[in-house]
Design a protein around this ligand. Sequence first.
Ligand code: S3P
Length: 421
Amino acid sequence: MSSVKIQPIKKFSKRLKCMPDKSITHRAVMFNAAAEGTGEVRGILLGEDCLSTADCMRRMGAQIDIKGDTAFIKGAGGFKSAELYCGNSGTTMRLLCGLLASQNGEWALSGDESLSRRPMNRVIVPLSQMGAKIASHNGRAPLSVTGGRLKAIDYVMPVASAQVKSAVLLAALGADGITTVTECEPTRDHTEIMLGCMGAELARRGKTIKLRGGQKLHGASIQVAGDISSAAFPLVCGLMTGGTVCVENAGLNPTRTGILEIFEQIGAEYDIENVKTCGGEKTGTLTVRGLGHGRGFKIDRQMLPRLVDEIPVLAVLACVLGGESVITGAEELRVKESDRIAATLSLVRSFGGCAEETESGMIISPVGKLKGGCVFNPCGDHRMAMAAGVAAAASENGATVENCECADVSYPGFWEMLNGR
Ligand code: S3P
C-alpha cells in the first residue's frame, strides 16, 4: 500500500475531461452482456469496480473485448453457473442478484472485506418475495444465488437506493406479470434510461415504476456520460483554493445534480455550456469560478440521493464556508464502502476542522482555512481518500494520504490530476 504527500495548492485551476460515469458503465456492460446480439460501450470507466462487473460477466460466458476505452460486447445468451468476485463493488453484487435470480444456474458471489460487511438483505428481501433463492451469511456476502421462476411484486422501497431499485427491475424483466417499484425518494435513474435504450418498455408515474416481465434486452451502442460525483473533487478543490475549474462532458442527469443545488445555496459562481445528450443522459461543460458569499449549506433526506457520494468532499468544503452546514437524513452513509459518517467526521477533525455527529448526519462549523499537516488513512474507501486529497491541497500544510491507490476504484489517475500532471 502506498502513501501520497499532497502539498498545498495556491490556486487549483484546470480544464479537464470528466471521468466516465461509474454507475452508467456498470449498467452498460452488464445489460449488454445480458442482451441478445452485440453492443458497443464507448468511453467506459476503466476503474476497478467496473472491471469487476466486466470480469463477472465474462465468467458467465459473455464476450467482452476492451480496446482503449471501448468495450465490444456479445451477450452470453444465458449465463453459465460460476463463482463471481465483485471486489469492492456493491453495484456489481446487488444488480447481479436481480439479474441472475430468474436465470438457470447457480452463482456464488463474493467481495472484498468492505463489501462483505455491507447489507445485502435490502436486495434479498424483495427478490425473495418474487421467489428468488438467495442464501447469505446473516444478510451479508458471500451470497449464493440459485435461479428459478419469479413472480411480479408491488414493492414499496424502505430505503432510497438505486441499487435496490435496479435489482428489483432486473429481476422483474424475467418474472411473470407486471412489477411495480415505488421509491421513498427518487434515486438515480440510469437503469431505467438504459433499459429503455435496450428495447425494454417501462413507465414511471410519480415515484412508481412499472415493468412487464418477459421482455428481452437488445444489444445497444452506448456512449458513457461523465461522472459528476468524480467531477466533484476537482470542482471543490477549485472553489476552496480560489481557482477556476472546468469539467467537460459532466453528467447532468437531474437525479445526480444535488451538488449544483449546493453551489446555489452557497452562492458559488458556476455555469453550464455545451449541453448535449449522451447515451440518453444529459451532459455539459461545467465551470466553477468562485465561492461567492459562501454561506453554509443544508442537505436533507429528500436531497441526499442526488449527492449521496459527494458528502465527504462537501463536508471538506463546508469547513471553509461562512456559516454552519447541516446534513440530515444521511444514515445510508453508514453502509457505504466505509461508515462515511464516522470517516468524514474523522477526516474533518484530522485536518483541523470542526464537525459534530448528529442522529442522522452531521453539523460542520466553519474554521477558515484547514490546517492539514496530518496523515489520513481512508480505510480503503476511494471517496474518503480523494476527499482527503482535496482537503490536503486546500490546507495550510498539506497532508499525507495513506493507501492512496484505492482511488482507482472510481477515478484512475486522480493523484496525477490533483498534482497537476
Ligand atoms: C449506485 C447507487 C448509490 C451510490 C453508488 C452507486 C448505483 O448507492 O452510492 O456509488 O450505481 O446504483 P445506493 O443506491 O445504495 O444508494
